[in-house]
Design a protein around this ligand. Structure first.
Ligand SMILES: *[C@@H]1O[C@H](CO)[C@@H](O)[C@H](O)[C@H]1NC(C)=O
Ligand SMILES: *[C@@H]1O[C@H](CO)[C@@H](O)[C@H](O)[C@H]1NC(C)=O
Ligand SMILES: *[C@@H]1O[C@H](CO)[C@@H](O)[C@H](O)[C@H]1NC(C)=O
Ligand SMILES: *[C@@H]1O[C@H](CO)[C@@H](O)[C@H](O)[C@H]1NC(C)=O
Ligand SMILES: *[C@@H]1O[C@H](CO)[C@@H](O)[C@H](O)[C@H]1NC(C)=O
Ligand SMILES: *[C@@H]1O[C@H](CO)[C@@H](O)[C@H](O)[C@H]1NC(C)=O
Ligand SMILES: *[C@@H]1O[C@H](CO)[C@@H](O)[C@H](O)[C@H]1NC(C)=O
Ligand SMILES: *[C@@H]1O[C@H](CO)[C@@H](O)[C@H](O)[C@H]1NC(C)=O
Ligand SMILES: [Cu+2]
Length: 580
């Protein structure tokens, strides 16, 4: 056992080291000696002025960085992350997106579901095992803080000696996101106002935290400076002839994005930590909360540089293309390519996006087939609604309103009157609902009911899209499941037919993911095993949509959990539990 940044917990760790050392000696004759590492990280979360797109804004940083530091670990490692909230006037919580938190549901970082918020001045310790290699991410799970820059990448490497089903010479990471000049507080205040104020299209698209705003649109020059080196483009340098693995994560708050590298095909090989049957594409559609690894060969004319273009898709773009430079070493890295940046597919080419979604299947040598049938089918119809005049999103005509006492604590500790015990609806007016029309009566209600699942049962989740409050608008919603990966059984256009569509499910080689798009006027069918004791949210990963109710909460096997850590308590009715 090796320790990185090991701090004051010396004694216990030391004993464990000795034991493991002896244990390893006994295993010396076996083929694989797995070296488990414990990484101690200390993070300070703080507001600092940054100009990622040349426009100066209060951003949320992790140890001074936005995007935050990349976590690199090996499968099986334990991460212990001490998060100190130095935001002064705001609470926070951090979610480790794609990490299933088996045995540590209290470290999922979902405020209101698995923990109380981390108050200003407080330090909260997350501890969990990264049990599967792959590309993941972390981000704030508190109000609109993700959009202010509290996010980063997690790389979990395969254990030494493990061969992945693709090869490359070197790897690089790319975080893509959208960026607003309005603060997170201004955004959340607007969303919660009776005089609703939508966040609007982002001002910039960032690639590894760098974009470029046209400062002459900013009015005053003191807040926007195009000569600031913080907003020089990200440069991806490649050596001619080499092959690269690019790990790509979308931390976008709102936008569906398309990434294209001028003149270079991409081979998709990993999605959300699962190996993909390799598929070659000209450009990659990537939805908020998704990660991919792509293989790119440096096989073009090495005497010039190339554009990497990032474009908004699925919403009418109001944001210029985000750009980076692919630099062929040893050219001048900032030499502007002689062409125009890629503009991506047509933003409203829905079939193009359906098609690419359907191309992503499990690698033939890594198929873990889904159970052939399920025990329960939950159909989740999303609609845009109003509650007493406030704009909300609803699932089955209920808009999620998180209780002040987190569900995990309420259920485990039998706290009463925290949330409604009436089960959440599993289908809603499904047969008669017209998904193509605007609701005549947009009224809905707030609710906090949940879906309680039989432990280890197999559950199908069917996402059904519909028209929003404006005519002829159905948005793309990327849905993210906490605590599990699901099999993606199918995508369809129109209304899901429970009799017909399941007959065409892919039960042979479906990809497993934790985030999946629900396309406009379409449906997406998922299956998962409810085998991870805890309370897990399943929600639209668009930050503003989840913030105004677009999600559900699932519970399974909480009775199997041991004592909950006191550190997650302290809010709502769990105040009393901390004092005793
Ligand atoms: C509502 O918001 C708009 C702009 O978002 C503003 O012009 C208008 O004055 C606001 N109305 C009220 C009653 O606050
Ligand atoms: C920046 O905005 C100004 C003012 O609208 C416009 O004239 C100029 O062409 C823009 N520059 C670029 C590079 O888009
Ligand atoms: C897509 O949007 C463009 C404008 O951005 C419009 O001209 C075109 O007709 C639209 N296509 C479809 C299929 O709606
Ligand atoms: C779907 O995508 C594949 C791979 O990019 C392409 O070969 C095929 O023509 C596409 N089909 C449609 C209907 O767009
Ligand atoms: C919807 O709710 C509003 C109150 O916010 C109420 O005035 C209105 O009558 C309701 N509409 C219907 C059709 O029930
Ligand atoms: C949703 O619930 C509200 C409030 O209970 C009700 O007025 C409305 O008709 C329901 N909407 C639909 C589509 O059933
Ligand atoms: C869950 O069910 C599967 C069969 O569907 C079984 O193999 C597995 O052992 C069960 N796991 C638990 C923890 O009960
Ligand atoms: C909406 O789409 C329908 C067809 O589905 C079309 O008949 C109608 O004109 C469209 N309305 C608007 C406002 O674009
Ligand atoms: Cu959404």
């Amino acid at each position: 056992m090796r320790f990185i940044n090991s701090s004051y917990e010396g004694l216990k760790d030391h004993q464990a080291t000795q034991l493991l050392f002896l244990f390893s000696l006994c295993l010396l004759s076996s083929i694989n000696i797995i070296e488990a590492t414990v990484q101690h990280l200390k993070w300070e979360i703080k507001y600092e002025y940054r100009s990622p797109d040349c426009f100066k804004k209060l951003s949320i940083t992790v140890n001074g960085l936005s995007p935050g530091p990349t976590i690199t670990a090996t499968q099986g490692d334990t991460l212990i992350i001490q998060v100190t909230n130095s935001l002064i006037t705001e609470n926070t919580a951090i979610h480790w997106h794609g990490i299933r938190q088996r045995g540590t549901p209290w470290s999922d970082g979902t405020q209101g579901i698995t923990q109380c918020p981390i108050l200003p001045g407080e330090t909260f310790t997350y501890q969990f095992v990264v049990d599967r290699a792959g590309t993941y991410m972390y981000h704030a799970h508190y109000e609109m803080q993700r959009s202010a820059g509290l996010h980063g990448l997690i790389r979990v490497l395969v254990p030494e000696g493990t061969v992945e089903p693709f090869s490359y010479d070197e790897e690089r990471s790319i975080i893509v996101n959208d960026w607003w000049h309005k603060s997170a507080i201004e955004q959340s205040t607007g969303l919660l106002s009776l005089n609703f104020s939508w966040v609007g299209e982002p001002q910039s698209l960032l690639i590894n935290g760098r974009g470029r705003y046209n400062c002459s649109l900013a009015g005053t020059t003191d807040v926007c400076d195009m000569t600031n080196t913080e907003c020089l483009p990200f440069v991806l340098t490649m050596v001619p002839g080499k092959t690269y693995r690019l790990r790509i994560a979308s931390l976008a708050s709102l936008s569906a994005l398309n990434l294209e590298i001028e003149g270079h095909d991409m081979t998709i090989v990993e999605a959300d930590g699962h190996y993909v049957d390799p598929v070659i594409v000209k450009n990659l559609n990537i939805y908020s909360g998704e990660t991919y690894s792509i293989i790119v060969k440096a096989d073009q004319d090495p005497l010039r540089n190339y554009w990497i273009g990032l474009n908004v898709i699925s919403r009418k773009p109001g944001t210029p293309t985000g750009t980076s430079i692919l630099n062929y070493h040893p050219n001048n890295p900032l030499k502007v390519p002689p062409t125009l940046p890629p503009t991506g597919p047509l933003w409203n080419d829905t079939l193009y996006r359906f098609n690419q979604s359907k191309l992503i299947k499990s690698h033939p040598d890594h198929i873990e087939p889904p159970p052939p049938t399920s025990n329960r089918v939950i159909i989740l119809l999303n609609t845009q609604n109003k509650v007493n005049g406030y704009i909300r999103w609803s699932i089955n005509n209920v808009s999620l309103n998180l209780p002040t006492t987190p569900y995990l604590i309420a259920i485990k500790e039998n706290l009463r009157h925290v949330f409604s015990k009436k089960p959440a609806l599993e289908t809603y007016k499904y047969k008669t609902y017209d998904i193509h029309s605007v609701l005549k009566n947009p009224n809905t209600t707030l609710g906090n009911s949940i879906h309680r699942l039989k432990f280890n049962s197999t559950v199908d989740l069917i996402l059904q899209n519909a028209n929003a409050l404006s005519p002829n608008i159905s948005e793309t919603h990327p849905w993210h499941l906490h605590g599990h990966d699901f099999w993606v059984l199918g995508y369809g256009l129109g209304k899901f037919d429970p009799q017909i569509n399941p007959k065409n499910y892919n039960l042979v080689d479906p990809i497993q993911k934790n985030t999946v798009p629900l396309h406009p006027y379409g449906w997406t069918a998922l299956r998962f095993q409810a085998d991870n004791p805890g309370v897990w949210s399943f929600h639209c990963h668009l930050e503003a949509h989840f913030f105004i109710g677009m999600g559900v909460v699932l519970e399974e096997g909480v009775e199997r959990l041991g004592k909950l850590p006191k550190s997650i308590m302290g809010c709502g009715q769990s105040k009393s539990l901390v004092r005793t």
